[in-house]
Write a protein that binds this ligand. Sequence first.
Ligand code: HEC
Length: 235
Amino acid sequence: MNKIIYKLFFAVFLLLISCDDGDLHPEGTGEAEGLKATMEVSFSGLKAWPSAYQMVLAAYGNDTENPLMSKQISVPKSENDIVVLDLNGLPEEARTIGISILTKGRKLVYNYYTYDIGNATEDVVLPISQINVASFDRIQHQVFDNYCAPCHDAGDKAAAGLSLTDGKSYMSLVKVKANLSATNKNRIEPGMPSQSFLVDILTEDIVNYNHTDVLPQEELVTLIKEWITQGAKDN
Ligand code: HEC
């Protein structure tokens, strides 16, 4: 009997030691061998924070679509918050650091910012302090390129005479009269989502080709509205 109790004590003792060891070296901190990249950034346009996907700080190698490592950025409480986050122990193959949106399967959707670490030999602090979550560049790449440009392409293939390809979309939209608006709205009226025909068309079935199911996520409409509310700037 004593032997069994002794064995039990010993087993518990071993268990405690191994747990302790785990606590001393939590994953991703402290003893990492590679370099460290730190982000100190505040975010504006928080209403457009992605929820179907994830906002991350990520390190990429030669494959710029699938990061080598990433850490999720939680939505800040306010636009004034400076979010500090680091990637510790960067793998040797790391070439760039990005502030990106990834799918839940960790594939790149959109890169807000990329920093080339090339052959860095010291830890880096990303030289950027502010990111607009509802930027026009994100709308171009996450929305127009994927869901609109196939029909609203350049030249005579542009449905309703509207081109939504990169480089043409902005001047085709902002303060330009919509051909199909019964109330003479502009396609985009800066500061006023409710006066922008592009928002109407994505939320109401009002033209021959119904657009209300074109976007797979409601939050992409929110993204466009937030960009318009902020003044529909070209950045
Ligand atoms: C499958 C093809 C197709 C796709 C995809 C598509 N559109 Fe359209 N779009 C059309 C057609 C066709 C019209 C003209 C409808 C009509 O004549 O009633 C149109 C009209 C419009 C208009 C009205 C333009 C004006 O001057 O009145 C806007 C704005 C618009 N689309 C935006 C978008 C946006 C933004 C997307 C992507 C989220 C998109 N469309 C995706 C086919 C498409």
